[in-house]
Ligand binder design. Structure first.
Ligand SMILES: [Fe+2]
Length: 601
């Protein structure tokens, strides 16, 4: 059975194809259209998926959209009427922003793909989140918690999933919290208040939180009432997102927290104003974590299950995920590589397969690499046309060469195989660098990522080496598989891992299994042989404001426009001419090597 899943029209459009119960491919529209967070109907993603699987649209048995658009229409209309007359001016805008063409989605899909309307289905938004989390996890039975800004009405659901001996699999959502009460919207309100882009920059709030102290937790708690059933309700007077599309926080909110930050002002942590913003971020982060830990703990006690699957955009909060693992009573916590709305394309297709059609449960490969494959020949052609030297190297020579360059302080664009589905670069579209010095971090921020100084970079290491450098709780390795948890760097290694250690001593670790990305794994080993420390800095291969690179050509364009020293795509290696590079950091690396060798660290 060929099932196409689609998410679109809100944020991060995507398409995914499931054939006979197993995902075949999935890609976000932004990777193909090159518009970051592209929310349009994912025509290119669908076309690529069908091409990849050599399917014509007529061969599709079902096309599944990731939410019930009429329910969403009802929610927007109801909210506008409830807050009438305050909302009447904003209603047309809200409809335009939140719905666009979504209400008419069945007709749009039918006309784009030429499939009959009878083959077009809808899942609820949170069922798609839950399915993306549970059906991709290697767990027989798990509790499920999904949380995001809002879908149709639900903003948080709890339930459980089960794979039975007869190969039937099912998801049961027990309860939901409904709009406007939303942890995602609470966090997004602070994202807007702190001058960042809503639905895009929530991770900047988490990064900033590490610089602050949670001195305003009591104020944040005033925004949210816990209810006797263990749920929560936001206090509407502090918010405006349910009445206007223009602003998410009210004058009363500003009375409580002070004037908001203008997005044009830099955050200067040396000033009391800068520290206030960092404290705000730390405070909302703390309340989010406490609430999630509390709700996940209650779910564990209720279900008695040992595994938890987390879905929805809130599951991108790695600090909260690590606390849930450590404190909620679950032994294992699974977060898929794409827990946000893009992942709903895959979730919707899997939900339809297992639940609507009742097909037999199939094991889903446990990796994030569902996108287009990189073509080394394309890089070689682009470099030659641009008169840049390109080498074609076989392994292990290539790996030794790249490891040597990394150890000399070079920054490497690394493209390998199929691209990741989801927002994290997990070793196939990554920028790699030595993790040891703050100079590398600052150079990456300044010359390559063009982004704020307070943003941390993530480390990648092998699963075998992870616990030597990072303080992982039981189950931490699993959470680190897709870089979904933030954990302490062991204090004795912090100075040696300065480029990937956040100001509070933590790191968003990827613990790499050899089978998942064997070339990067071998590169980590080669780097470890040279430096004594098999850890690399791993950040997504893109410049601020652009989507992660997809094809070799985009990797090459990015390489030419920023301070990356070397680009690898498959077996093709392009090195920037020496005159265009900064001085290497050999002296410093020699220090790392001798310290590691002497056991001084
Ligand atoms: Fe969502």
């Amino acid at each position: 059975m060929n099932i196409l899943g689609i998410s679109a029209h809100y944020h991060d459009s995507a398409a995914a194809l499931v054939v006979d119960g197993v995902p075949v491919c999935a890609v976000q529209e932004e990777r193909l259209s090159r518009h970051k967070n592209d929310a349009r109907f994912p025509a290119s993603a669908i076309e690529w998926c069908l091409d990849h699987a050599s399917l014509e649209p007529e061969a599709l048995d079902a096309v599944v959209f990731y939410e019930r658009s009429m329910l969403k229409f009802e929610r927007i209309l109801t909210c506008a009427l409830r807050s009438f007359p305050r909302s009447w001016r904003s209603f047309p805008q809200a409809i335009k922003n939140s719905l666009g063409e979504k209400v008419w989605v069945r007709g749009i899909i039918a006309s784009h793909l030429g499939v009959p309307r009878s083959k077009i289905f809808f899942t609820s938004h949170h069922a798609a989140h839950a399915a993306a989390a549970f059906f991709t996890a290697p767990s027989r039975q798990a509790a499920i918690l999904t949380a995001d800004g809002v879908g149709e009405w639900a903003t948080l659901t709890v339930g459980h999933g089960e794979r039975r001996a007869n190969r039937r699999a099912d998801i049961t959502l027990l309860r939901e919290i409904r709009y406007p009460h939303s942890l995602g919207m609470l966090y997004s309100t602070f994202t807007a208040y702190l001058g960042f882009a809503v639905n895009e920059d929530e991770y900047k709030v988490m990064g900033l939180a590490a610089y602050g102290r949670p001195t305003m937790v009591e104020q944040v708690r005033k925004l949210m009432r816990r209810t006797p059933d263990g749920a929560f309700a936001l206090v509407p007077e502090y918010f405006e997102y349910h009445t206007t599309a223009a602003r998410s926080y009210s004058a009363k909110f500003v009375e409580l927290f002070g004037p908001p930050r203008s997005s044009f002002d830099p955050i200067d942590l040396e000033t009391s104003e800068g520290r206030r913003f960092a404290d705000c971020a730390a405070s909302v982060q703390r309340v989010l974590e406490d609430t999630l830990v509390d709700m996940a703990g209650a779910l564990q006690r209720e279900t008695g299950l040992r595994d938890l699957c987390l879905g929805g955009g809130v599951a991108l909060n790695g600090v909260a995920n690590a606390r849930i693992l450590a404190e909620a009573g679950f032994e294992r916590v699974f977060v898929p590589p794409a827990p946000g709305d893009a992942g709903c394309a895959l979730g919707a297709a899997l939900y339809a397969d297992r639940v609507y059609f009742g097909n037999a449960d199939r094991e889903v490969p446990d990796h994030p690499f569902w996108g287009p494959r990189v073509d080394a020949g394309e890089l070689a052609r682009a470099a030659r046309e641009d008169s840049q030297p390109v080498e074609d190297l076989a392994e292990p020579e290539l790996l030794e060469h790249v490891a040597g360059e990394l150890a000399s302080g070079r920054i490497v664009g690394w493209m390998d195989g199929a691209s990741e589905f989801g927002p994290r670069a997990l070793g196939h579209r990554s920028i790699l660098a030595a993790p040891h010095s703050v100079e590398i971090r600052d150079r990456l921020n300044r010359d390559i990522k063009f982004r704020e100084e307070f943003r941390p970079f993530a480390p990648v290491t092998t699963v075998e080496a992870a616990e030597r450098y990072f303080d992982l709780p039981p189950g931490g390795l699993r959470l680190a598989r897709f870089m979904s948890g933030v954990f302490p760097v062991r204090p004795e290694w912090r100075s040696m891992l300065a480029a990937v250690t956040h100001v509070d001593g933590s790191a968003r670790l990827q613990a790499l299994d050899r089978d998942m990305a064997p070339r990067l794994y071998s590169l980590l080993e080669a780097y470890g042989r040279r430096t004594g420390i098999p850890v690399l800095l791993n950040t997504s291969f893109n410049i601020a404001g652009e989507p992660i690179v997809n094809r070799a050509l985009e990797g090459y364009s990015t390489f030419r426009r920023c301070g990356i020293d070397m680009l690898v795509a498959g077996t093709a290696v392009v090195t920037k001419r020496a005159s265009a590079r900064p001085a290497p950091l050999e002296e410093e690396i020699a220090c790392v090597q001798s310290a590691a060798a002497s056991g001084a660290v």
